[in-house]
Write a protein that binds this ligand. Sequence first.
Ligand code: ZN
Length: 250
Amino acid sequence: MKVEDDLKTRIARACRVLGKMELTRALRGHISARIPGTDRIFVRARGPAENGVRYTTEDEIVEIDLSGQPVAGMPKGLRTPSEIYIHTEIFRARPDVNAVLHLHPPTIVLFTVTGVPLLPIYGAYDPHGLGIALEEPPTFESSVLINTPELGRELAATIGAKRACLMRGHGITTAADSIEEASVVALGLNELATMNYQARALGEPRSISQSDREALMPAMKRLGARGSAPGEPSESVTAEWRFYCRLTGE
Ligand SMILES: [Zn+2]
């Protein structure tokens, strides 16, 4: 299979898995990947002919340059996402990033609406999720559509060198080396938000201790390791991702 076809297949599958895991609102969201050795990307298109994130097909994945323009026209009924600048500006700013994900997960959005912090409340339960919590994902404080290059640059500055940022009254963006890593970061963040929410329903959540954080460092680092080549997931990301693919029948 050509590298390009493989990337399209992986983006469409990731959209379906995260849609089935209810990490977004219906039609809203997109995942992209850098085409190796180029300044072009593949991204899920939007428009009247689309099926929604959960039902994304490979022919809905289109090629865009880093100015946000389609490389070879658009299939009928599809258009570039209005928020394409989330992707293009992060790819411009971050040579280490080969995949960007933008979704509207309801549970995480509730934390941005209330300003309640996502606390590092668990350890061995999910060291991967703890790692994301300890990165302290920043929040982009505006809830507008990121539909200009300037707004894209502001968002890219907010995420900085991190793997995730929250967007107030809007959603999340994750940025990682591979489509699969960007996806498991989003799933880990969603689990963290779900557990924080439920903990607050029961009582006052408590952050785990500093010594526990340090003891869990090696386990946390495992999912953050690099794969065998740029854009390829590590063994531990591959295993985590395989579980979610099987869970959702993908
Ligand atoms: Zn959005």
